[in-house]
Write a protein that binds this ligand. Structure first.
Ligand code: ZN
Length: 355
């Protein structure tokens, strides 16, 4: 029997009233949705949102091997980035080999194929403009996948003193971090406070680059490079400037932040996982977009991509693309400072300086 219109409205109202009493299904964590994507979206490349809550359209894979780099941790599938990041890292590795006495670089995590929050390991790395670079030199042979996943990557920090372990520190590490920090496309670099201290004590000549190098928990066997939002990408939220100061006053880090927690101190409460509501709307279409065939790259909408875009075993590194123009854009308002969460065992002190 057909309902007449008023009856249908009444039935709908009754259904909605019933639905409201049912328990709401917990919203899926965004990290599960993005973590399930094994391929980038078939879209033009663009970063959406902020480094710690955003996503990446049209991600590009870092080739597993180049003359001056190898990609580590292949089982994680996190060697994806904005084409500007992929091009920059390749260029940096060539520069480090040519000028800083590095045989080559070992690259760590960049982003997931579509960026977004990760199940473990990072608060940022979400928009394809962050990358970890190990402080261990590339060996003179090609590592196996197993070695890349399990190789010991030693810390340069003495765990007892929190300062640099002089037996592990090499002057080339300063050179490499300096070369990265002087690159106009780099917004900031994170290193352990002990490394920052070492840089402050040993940098000679022009020290302006030190302002981009920010102390952070962890980051003792790798450093983290963050690029600026790319020109014209209005959906990318820029981070505030690091200013011009060298940032060599590390008292707070050594006297407060790195001190062991007081006995009985409560560990920081874990934050609930981010849902899609915390990400820009564009990230829904990034998730929903069809996968790009791994072998063919979609031309980047604005950045000039390297010639070889898909992960491969190619020996020959692609030609260096033209240098990115200096990032002159200063859209406002700038995002306030982002600070990654410290390891679970480290309490978060009350007055954290800006990062
Ligand atoms: Zn990182």
């Amino acid at each position: 029997m057909m309902f007449d219109r008023p009856s249908r409205i009444a039935a709908l109202a009754a259904f909605l009233a019933l639905a409201a009493t049912l328990p709401v299904k917990a919203e899926t964590a965004a990290r599960d949705l993005f973590g399930a994507k094994t391929q980038p979206s078939a879209q033009g490349s663009e970063a959406y949102g902020f480094y710690s809550h955003g996503c990446l359209a049209g991600g590009v894979g870092m080739p597993k091997n180049g003359e001056t780099w190898q990609v580590m941790k292949p089982s994680r599938n996190r060697a994806w980035g904005h084409p500007a990041l992929i091009a920059f890292l390749q260029r940096l590795s060539r520069e480090a080999a040519a000028e800083d006495n590095w045989r080559g670089l070992l690259f760590g995590d960049m982003a997931q194929p579509r960026g977004g929050p990760m199940k473990n390991g990072h608060a940022s790395h979400q928009i394809g403009l962050d990358a970890d670079i190990y402080l261990t030199e590339m060996p003179n042979r090609r590592l196996t996948d197993d070695e890349r996943d399990n190789m010991d990557l030693p810390s340069v920090i003495d765990p007892r003193t929190k300062h640099v372990d002089e037996r592990r520190w090499r002057p080339e590490m300063l050179k490499l971090i300096r070369t990265a920090a002087r690159s106009p496309e780099v917004q900031r670099i994170f290193v352990n406070p002990g490394i920052k201290e070492k840089l402050c004590k040993t940098a000679t000549g022009d020290r302006k680059w030190l302002n981009k190098v920010r102390p952070m928990y962890g980051h003792d066997y790798h450093f983290h490079v963050r690029m600026y939002c790319q020109p014209g990408e209005s959906g990318c939220e820029p981070q505030e400037s690091t200013g011009g100061a060298e940032g060599c006053d590390l008292d707070w880090w050594f006297n407060v932040a790195l001190k062991p927690p007081k006995p009985g101190a409560k560990p920081p409460k874990p934050r609930p996982p981010m849902t899609m509501a915390a990400l820009p709307n564009a990230c829904r279409s990034v998730l929903a977009a069809p996968a790009r065939d791994g072998g063919t790259a979609v031309a980047a909408r604005r950045a000039s991509p390297p010639q070889e875009m898909a992960p491969s075993d190619s020996e020959v590194p692609p030609e260096a693309p033209q240098a990115m123009p200096a990032m002159a854009q200063t859209p406002s308002p700038l995002r306030s400072s982002f600070a990654p969460v410290p390891p679970a065992a480290v309490p978060i002190p009350g007055s954290r300086p800006l990062q």
